[in-house]
Ligand binder design. Structure first.
Ligand code: AMP
Ligand code: MG
Length: 477
């Protein structure tokens, strides 16, 4: 933010600023983390620390990542927001997350440093403000895997255990705190919160802040800002679809205005291709199924537009018209990104009008034969697929473009991961870590997932689908 003071520095490299705290009072509540008995470092993300301008050797201090000590310059707060959860509106807020501040990196970028699981806040309602080790390691693992896949995402700097148990349905679990790093934590739900309170000045302050922080290049009115937000979401969801990622709980409070993937709860990667795939145990109607994600993104953006209506036009009818016009353009934006990425997955550099049909017929074949999504594209990339009628059409199509076979292979290698977080491997690694304190499986998995496009590695252990048709994930807290 242009108006930020020069933040202080420290031996560990902390340079915290607080632009979010300068928003109107309604958007936050000052709150300190609640100390825990025995902070212990489980994982520290050294390369992320360095990218943030932090000195990883000076950071090996579990107390800070547990909330027992504050980094210099921290001014902890919980953010207020609302959200549609499974289509039902609720006032929410950070019930188990505390923002320490915004780290200013050596290159001048700004990232939220947030503790997840640091104890109660004014928004905790009946919750304990705490988190269990398994789900926090899960967020660490999957968010870093998404980053390696080239998908915009919040990241994970550290996980520490607290020495305390947290009580959940399945009994007492080891407590933990995750340090999340994000471009910001402004959500669709933050706008819904401002709109629900009905203070137009606050809503406008939030929109101006969002533009300054994430869309400084966008000129024009608030409609232009909304279009830019929509464009990033269309691109993001397309990227999810390209790797078979299922977010699992696309509530409006879990959609970030920055365009990053946020809130890794019941997320999972699809094995066999089927648009109806759902893993989350509580998503009984398949609202957040793989194939429904573009539609839900559009639905969420409609909630954002609703919240922003007073900014689009003083006359409500005209504001609604502007909003509807923009929202109806989402499908086309998404299709564009989806098709661009699918072409790359098939090594197509040029565009032909029949490309979509070619892609659809491959997907139909995959669905009929229950083919593994990732491995089908990996095998096509590596030239291992059994001959099938579709391949003849694909070969013909490849011949109609000027690029060489090696250029095609190179594009496909960059576009088709050989490794994704396989659900059973994720579960194995988390169980070893959280039930037996054994971090080896997690470290091995993280190594494999740190270079997902390295097709020269042969790790059958990390490329086999689980074969678990009834895999379920839980909104683990
Ligand atoms: P989520 O499903 O993780 O997106 O969370 C939805 C809402 O519930 C957010 O406002 C969270 O802050 C809140 N929440 C989730 N778990 C807890 C917890 N253990 N204690 C307090 N609030 C929580
Ligand atoms: Mg959430």
């Amino acid at each position: 933010m242009p108006d930020s003071p020069e933040p202080p520095s420290s031996p560990a490299g902390w340079r915290l600023d607080h632009s979010y705290a300068r928003l109107p009072k309604a958007f936050h509540a000052r709150i300190d983390p609640t100390p825990v008995p025995e902070p212990k470092m489980v994982v520290l993300n050294r390369s992320l620390a360095e990218a943030l301008g932090l000195n990883a050797d000076e950071l090996n201090d579990a107390a800070i990542f547990a909330g027992n000590a504050l980094p210099p310059g921290a001014e902890p707060l919980a953010q207020a927001y609302a959200g549609h959860q499974y289509a039902h509106f609720a006032m929410l807020g950070d019930g188990r997350a505390i923002l320490l501040g915004e780290q200013i990196t050596p290159s001048g970028d700004r990232f939220d440093i947030q503790l997840k699981g640091p104890g109660p806040t004014p928004f905790s309602r009946r919750g304990d403000g705490r988190a269990a080790l398994g789900p926090m390691l899960r967020e660490y693992l999957i968010s870093e895997a998404m980053q390696a896949l080239g998908i915009p995402t919040t990241r994970s700097l550290a996980v520490v255990t607290t020495g305390e148990k947290v009580w959940r349905q399945d009994g007492g679990l080891p407590g933990a705190v995750l340090t999340r790093v994000a471009a910001s934590h402004i959500r669709v739900g933050t706008f819904e919160y401002a709109a629900a309170r009905g203070e137009k000045a606050d809503l406008q302050a939030l929109a101006d802040y969002t533009r300054q922080r994430h869309y400084p290049e966008v000129e024009g009115g608030y409609a232009a800002l909304f279009e830019a937000v929509m464009e990033r979401q269309a691109a993001l969801i397309a990227k999810w679809m390209h790797v078979g990622f299922i977010h699992g709980v696309m509530n409006t409070d879990n959609m970030a205005l920055s365009g990053e993937t946020i809130d890794y709860g019941p997320c999972a990667f699809m094995d066999a291709y089927d648009p109806a795939t759902v893993f989350s145990s509580i998503d009984r109607n398949g609202r957040y199924a793989y194939g429904n994600q573009p539609r839900i993104a559009q639905w969420n953006l409609a909630r954002l537009a609703e919240a922003m209506l007073p900014l689009f036009h003083d006359d409500e009818k005209q504001a609604i018209e502007i909003a509807n016009g923009m929202i109806s353009g989402f499908e086309e934006r998404f299709q564009h990104h989806w098709l661009t990425g699918m072409r790359a997955k098939l090594g197509l550099f040029t565009q032909e009008s029949e490309d979509k049909t070619l892609i659809q017929s491959l997907l139909e074949w995959m669905q009929e034969t229950k083919a593994d999504f990732t491995n089908t594209f990996r095998d096509l990339t590596q030239g291992h697929l059994e001959p099938l009628e579709w391949q003849a059409r694909w070969s013909e199509r490849l011949k109609r473009q000027p690029q060489s076979a090696s250029e095609v292979r190179e594009l496909m290698r960059r576009s088709n991961p050989a490794f994704i977080p396989r659900n059973h491997k994720v579960e194995e690694a988390l169980a070893a870590a959280s039930e037996h304190g054994d971090l080896n499986p997690l470290q091995r998995l993280m190594t494999a997932l740190s270079a997902p496009f390295d097709h020269s590695q042969d790790w059958p252990e990390f490329s086999e689908p689980s074969g678990l048709e009834s895999y379920q994930t839980f909104c683990g807290t």
